[in-house]
Design a protein around this ligand. Structure first.
Ligand code: SF4
Ligand code: SF4
Ligand code: FES
Length: 283
């Protein structure tokens, strides 16, 4: 009994002796601008906020809005890194606010909206509009071999490893972090980005999709697609879901290059009689 008491009492005594955790006074500078208001001018506004245990940027922003400034605009849905709506520039780098702990940030830091997307206001941007345009352009859905799906029929089983490989690429939450960090997007607004290239890689794996590389070449085989990528890999570094973007971009580029080389020898009707110029091998 005595021994039991000693064992349970020791951690409690230790906890009582431990110095209280130091909570900092955070200085958060937020880029404020409301494009709907003609009088609004972009400016940085600094707020002070007492940090709390396990505080995320989601909690910090909600505290700011509840207690200091109800006009502050930002987006959240899931608070768990699943919906992708809370992406923003955190001290200049794209990231998810709900997955960022304030303890990992300095006492003073900045928040700004993701670039490359239409600004709704303050930290809120319209990633949905961008993603929808990209999706429609690249037809990012399964192009089934059958015209009508019979819902009463059992689905064809899929090899578990293949299902896992598709799942890995399907974890994209369309947050826009890869687009916000992409140099090509800044110079080519029509660039489909790592998110678009990853989607092609995902559907290319899917045996239910009847498209082949010639079809994929039509949507991603030019400079607004995989050949516009400069391979600096900010997308890979900033993807909060750790998608293997580096390998997928390299793989799709190789497949599309092979497809392009294959097409090169084909003589178009208007070119009959002309010989294709041989491509010099890269040494
Ligand atoms: S690929 Fe990664 S960074 Fe890009 S939209 Fe998807 S989850 Fe976000
Ligand atoms: S590697 Fe390509 S897709 Fe990724 S950020 Fe750089 S240019 Fe954009
Ligand atoms: S709120 Fe859904 S990812 Fe952050």
């Amino acid at each position: 009994m005595t021994q039991e008491k000693t064992q349970t009492a020791a951690p409690a005594a230790k906890a009582a002796d431990a110095p209280a955790k130091k909570h900092r006074l955070l200085k958060i500078s937020i880029l404020r601008y409301n494009p709907q208001d003609p009088d609004s001018v972009p400016h940085m506004q600094t707020y002070e906020l007492q940090e709390s245990d396990s505080m995320t940027l989601f909690i910090a922003l909600n505290d700011l809005r509840d207690e200091q400034d109800p006009t502050l605009q930002f987006d959240f849905v899931c608070r768990a890194g699943i919906c992708g709506s809370c992406a923003m520039l955190i001290n200049g780098k794209p990231g998810l606010a709900c997955r960022t702990l304030t303890k990992d940030l300095p006492d003073e830091f900045t928040l700004a909206p993701l670039p490359a997307f239409e600004l709704i206001g303050d930290l809120s941007v319209n990633t949905g509009k961008w993603m929808r345009n990209m999706s429609e352009r690249m037809e990012t859905w399964v192009h089934a071999k059958i015209d009508e799906v019979d819902l009463r029929k059992q689905e064809e089983p899929m090899d578990p490893q293949l299902a896992e490989d598709i799942y890995v690429l399907d974890r994209c939450v369309e947050c826009g972090c890869c687009i916000a960090g992409c140099g090509t997007v800044r110079i080519r607004p029509d660039f489909v980005g790592a998110v678009g290239i990853n989607k092609i890689a995902r559907f290319r794996l899917d045996p239910r999709d009847e498209r082949n590389d010639a079809d994929y070449y039509e949507v991603v085989g030019d400079e607004s697609g995989v050949f516009g990528c400069m391979s600096l890999l900010a997308c890979h570094d900033f993807c909060p879901k750790d998608l293997p973007l580096k390998t997928q971009i390299a793989f799709i580029r190789r497949k599309m290059a092979e497809q392009g080389m294959g097409n090169y020898d084909k003589v178009l009707p208007t070119q009959k009689g002309k010989k294709a110029i041989p491509i010099k091998p890269i040494k």
